[in-house]
Design a protein around this ligand. Sequence first.
Ligand SMILES: Nc1ncnc2c1ncn2[C@@H]1O[C@H](COP(=O)(O)OP(=O)(O)OP(=O)(O)O)[C@@H](O)[C@H]1O
Ligand SMILES: [Mg+2]
Length: 263
Amino acid sequence: MVHKALTIAGSDNSGGAGIQADLKVFSAFGVYGMSAITSVTVQNSFGVISSNPVPSQIVYDQIKAVVEDIGADAVKIGMLQTEENVIAVYQAVVDFGIKNLIVDTVIKSKNGKFLLDKSAVDIFIKKIIPASYVVTPNIDEAELITGMEIKSVDDMKNAAVEISKMGASAVIVKGGHLPQGKNVIDVVYFGGEFLLMEYPYVETRNTHGTGCTFSAAITACLSKGIDCIKAIRIARAYVQGAIENSLSLGKGRGSLNHFWKVM
Ligand SMILES: Nc1ncnc2c1ncn2[C@@H]1O[C@H](COP(=O)(O)OP(=O)(O)OP(=O)(O)O)[C@@H](O)[C@H]1O
Ligand SMILES: [Mg+2]
């Protein structure tokens, strides 16, 4: 039996993040990957040069075309960029009854650049987060979503609880931007319980697409019917390996190695 996953996200022509990373991750997990492109970004290892939204009707139609025909066992949302695209994707989630939804809250990039238009942030928080099964904000995004300041693991825990109250079943506040000594801690909140995932911090420039890779790996595992906490644990271990074996491609930030291990 083939498991199927759909990613609704931006295209990263440099191959390290976005749709391209998601499809590589799905492949590494042996999952059949499909995509609905929301934005065509122009980027390389130095960063994003431009982001060009796809018209919202075309975003909706891409989702409709595959979910009505092929079907998807799990669906991931990444960069949506515009308010129109947030609305179109939310409409598709409602119209097609998408339940196994993993939302990577792509609002701000590592260098603080807004990847979601400021005008779209409110509606994204009100509509997309409550529809999600798993949501994966980084520290900056968790601060923005909750209005809380996050400086410690306890703050991450409090933010995770607040975000779960918005309707997400599992919340992962990712600690990649807040190393705790030699380690990175991601806080998972699911079923009223916390799980702290602690891994050694990898000293590398090649961290382009860590967030996309992590959420795509969770999506791949959930599409296979693996239970939520196990899926998150497998995905985190996979990301660690992909960072440890990263590829120094280009002259800026290189990419993770999505095929360090075929799962
Ligand atoms: N240098 C690192 N060493 C080990 N793990 C890391 C490192 N950087 C990020 N991670 C892990 O990678 C995953 C993604 O976290 P991160 O906080 O980087 O997300 P993000 O900011 O959304 O990424 P992106 O900028 O790609 O959107 C998390 O599991 C985090 O712990
Ligand atoms: Mg991110």
